[in-house]
Design a protein around this ligand. Structure first.
Ligand code: IPM
Ligand code: MN
Length: 380
């Protein structure tokens, strides 16, 4: 299998965690005799510093010629005063739009080894396995008109506007992805909206209901976003596929990090466009960049999604996920998932605090062992 992967490591902890994800992909290529090539490119704050633009043309062109795009994180406090269209995040939104993927898949899984790490009780998170399907190209993020008419006399004043807009076709295509995925899982779609207030949500609900008719084997339920935010924390195992518009999905998927124990654990894949885009859910965390504290598992699990959704190497994707589970069960923890006592200190002799690099190496080792085992079983 040949694969050309564009690497957009980005800002903050992006480069550190992406490095570990790339190492894992290199290991899979080596162990499985695949030919993966990696093309490093600039996006976000590092791109603004080097070229003046958060998404340089060279980056965009190379991404469009790749089989997949693997992104680290974007965002840098240096640029906080810029308008939204000039910030590092603008580069991310532009690349999402240019690649065309509209369905952002964000799995949130309760790993048994991390049961004690979630602020939720283990009996609450037990067996939770939610797949968010977040619409990624519509809603408030992209709707026009948008802007801020500032009052020269009062900085920070004036009037600002954003527009939430969806067309039926935009809802249909993302709803289909959700139902297709649910049909292969526990056969339930929960569609999230605010139909008691917003016309956009009424269109969303009516359209999703219509699409559901094509999937009689899948149960559909509707939830209002405010009560959904509570239900997810109350009984997470009740949910299978959760379908949301862009902003609701942004918020709920971060909230669901609590189920896993850390935002640093969450991967994502964006499908449906010209080139799939893969990015961990977490941000650039500038406060811990360069300290070796970042959790690379979100990025590594994102690499697994590259193998699943672009390369069709399901066995290898599952092997990476199993390797992550094994390393966690053995007690290895980055700071964000280390168990803490009330004073905030790590208080558990069975947990070993490891750095970003060490965590990457441990997963590599566990993966190599499992692929070796698979290959020797095939050989007999
Ligand atoms: C995410 C991030 C982005 C988003 C930001 C960085 C633009 O929060 O991927 O969840 O809001 O989509
Ligand atoms: Mn977000």
């Amino acid at each position: 299998m040949r694969l050309k992967i564009a690497i957009l490591a980005g800002d903050g902890i992006g480069p550190e965690v992406t490095n570990e994800a790339v190492n894992i992909l290199k290991a899979v290529a080596e162990l499985g005799g695949h030919d993966f090539s990696f093309v490093p490119l600039l996006l976000g704050g590092v791109a603004i510093t080097a070229t003046g633009s958060p998404l340089p043309t060279a980056t965009l062109d190379a991404c469009l010629e790749s089989d997949a795009v693997l992104l680290g994180a974007v965002g840098d406090n240096k640029f906080n005063d810029l308008s939204p269209d000039k910030r590092p995040e603008a580069g991310l939104l532009q690349i999402r739009q240019a690649l065309g993927g509209f369905a952002n898949l964000r799995p949130s899984i309760a790993y048994p080894a991390l049961a004690e790490n979630s602020p939720l009780r283990p009996e609450v998170t037990k067996d939770a396995n939610i797949l968010f399907v977040r619409e990624l190209l519509g809603g408030l993020y992209f709707g026009s008109p948008r802007g801020w008419n500032k009052e020269p006399s009062a900085p920070g004043g004036g009037e600002a506007i954003n527009t939430m807009r969806y067309t039926r076709a935009e809802v249909v295509r993302v709803a289909r992805v959700a139902f297709e995925l649910a049909a292969k899982r526990r056969k339930k779609v929960t569609s999230v909206d605010k139909a008691n207030v917003l016309e956009v949500s009424q269109l969303w609900r009516a359209t999703v209901t219509e699409v559901a008719a094509d999937y009689p084997e899948v149960t559909l339920e509707h939830q209002l976003v405010d009560s959904m935010a509570m239900h997810i924390m109350n009984i997470p195992r009740n949910f299978d596929v959760v379908l949301t518009e862009n902003l609701f999905g942004d918020i709920l998927s971060d909230e669901a990090g609590v189920i896993t124990g850390s935002l640093g654990m969450l991967p994502s894949a964006t499908i449906g466009g010209t080139v799939n885009l893969y990015e961990p859910v977490h941000g650039s965390a500038p406060d811990i960049a360069g300290t070796g504290k970042a959790n690379p598992l979100g990025a590594i699990l994102t690499a697994a999604m590259v193998l699943r959704h672009t390369a069709n190497l399901e066995q290898d994707a599952a092997a990476i996920e199993a390797a992550v589970g094994k390393v966690l069960s053995a007690g290895h923890r980055t700071a964000d998932i280390a168990r803490r006592n009330a004073a905030g200190a790590s208080n558990d002799a069975v947990q070993h605090l490891v750095s970003t690099r060490e965590m990457g190496k441990l997963v590599h080792q566990a993966l190599a062992e499992s692929i070796d085992r698979r290959q020797s079983m095939h050989a007999v």
